[in-house]
Design a protein around this ligand. Structure first.
Ligand SMILES: [Ca+2]
Length: 183
């Protein structure tokens, strides 16, 4: 019985939130976006001398929109004294999905400051489309860690751009949230 209920929510979710994520108006779908900025200004703790991860610098952006994700973009502004390739930055969605954003020298990030959008300016470690279909509302948590002893970086600010379907009613968004519970 639980399975049948889950499937009915799945069908409802697909009927409303399915289709390609495109900008602008698409029939009944009104894809729009909202950008949130968090000014942080904190040093990312240095990695230990023996190797491995340093303590995490965590920062949260709370998204109040009740809808489903059509796309996610992340802007990072991290200044480094020297070398960024010892940094790993991850993002966890309200549904609990953790994806890699900036990752040890990958995706075209420079050796000095990382200032730009993933995936517009740099290629994220993981495909951020994996967030598509998740619930937008709640805490999105950025996790920055330094994996090499020596130089440190500073997270000046970051931004989260959420593309969502503005035509999805709150009830449908709740269905989407229930869907994530059955994954
Ligand atoms: Ca370091």
């Amino acid at each position: 019985m639980k399975t049948l209920i889950a499937l009915s929510f799945l069908v409802a979710g697909l009927a409303i939130a399915g289709g390609p994520a495109t900008a602008g108006t698409d029939g009944f779908r009104v894809i729009t976006s909202a950008t949130y900025t968090s000014i942080v200004g904190q040093v990312i703790p240095d990695g230990p001398a023996g190797g491995g991860s340093g303590p995490a610098l965590l920062d949260t952006i709370n998204v109040p929109i009740r809808s489903v994700v059509e796309g996610i973009e992340v802007y990072l502004d991290i200044t480094m004294a020297n070398w960024t390739s010892d940094l790993i930055v991850r993002l966890t969605s309200p549904a609990g999905t953790t994806l890699g954003i900036a990752w040890i020298g990958e995706g075209g990030i420079p050796e000095t400051d990382i200032i730009g959008w993933f995936p517009v300016d740099f290629t994220p470690h993981d495909d951020l489309d994996l967030y598509v279909g998740e619930y937008t509302e709640g805490d999105w948590v950025l996790d920055c860690r330094d994996y090499s002893n020596g130089f440190v970086g500073t997270l000046n600010q970051w931004r989260l751009k959420v593309h969502y379907d503005d035509s999805v009613p709150a009830a449908a968004a709740s269905f989407s949230r229930i869907m994530t519970l059955f994954r």
